[in-house]
Design a protein around this ligand. Structure first.
Ligand SMILES: [Zn+2]
Length: 194
């Protein structure tokens, strides 16, 4: 079985109503796409084409999902599983509040940045585990992730680039330590228990 299919099965054991829906033919996604273009002054125009979005138990996938490799799908699923767990931890309303409302003072969405940071730390961990530490240290990936925080895609959610860079370096150095530690049979499962 493919890694991503195994992960979907694991997510369904944890969140039985989890499902994956393509954005292209979904009305809610089309409405969100319009809304995001408006509140980011047209800066977020890739919502349908390349962004993954979790709402409730549903992962809405962009057009690119069909062409995404098994390993890259697995990395996305690991990131989105963090958001599912955040929602369970905070409850839907608080999660939606932390995630959505702070958009409005555009450029200072701290609650949102914290939630995304936790999810991107998992993206880096999954990348290191599935593609190797060198892939997690890739400069293009670093730029893409930092840009998600400081750029218009998420409404300039946290524009303090130095702070994001420090977070990033810290996460990578934690990963390097993690990587040099003795390996368990399956670190993904070990990590779930922490
Ligand atoms: Zn995210």
């Amino acid at each position: 079985m493919q890694i991503s299919e195994t992960l979907v099965a694991a997510i369904r054991r944890e969140f039985p109503h989890f499902r994956i829906v393509p954005k292209r033919h979904d009305l809610l996604s089309q409405v969100l796409d319009r809304l995001l273009r408006i509140i980011t002054f047209g800066s977020q125009n890739q919502f349908m084409a390349s962004y993954h979005t979790v709402i409730g138990n549903t992962l809405y996938v962009p057009d690119a999902w069909e062409r995404t490799s098994d390993v890259d799908r697995a990395i996305v699923l690991r990131h989105e599983r963090v958001h599912l767990r955040q929602r369970r931890r905070h409850g839907f309303l608080l999660f939606a509040f932390l995630y959505l409302v702070p958009i409005f003072p555009i450029g200072l969405a701290y609650g949102r940045a914290r939630l995304e940071w936790e999810a991107y730390a998992e993206t880096l961990l999954a990348t290191a585990e599935l593609k190797g530490l060198a892939a997690a240290n890739d400069v293009a990936l670093r730029e893409k992730i930092i840009e998600r925080f400081t750029g218009g895609d998420y409404g300039w959610m946290w524009p303090f680039r130095h702070q994001i860079e420090r977070w990033y370096e810290q996460t990578l150095s934690d990963l390097a330590e993690h990587d040099s530690a003795p390996r368990g049979l399956d670190r993904t499962n070990i990590e779930d228990d922490e």
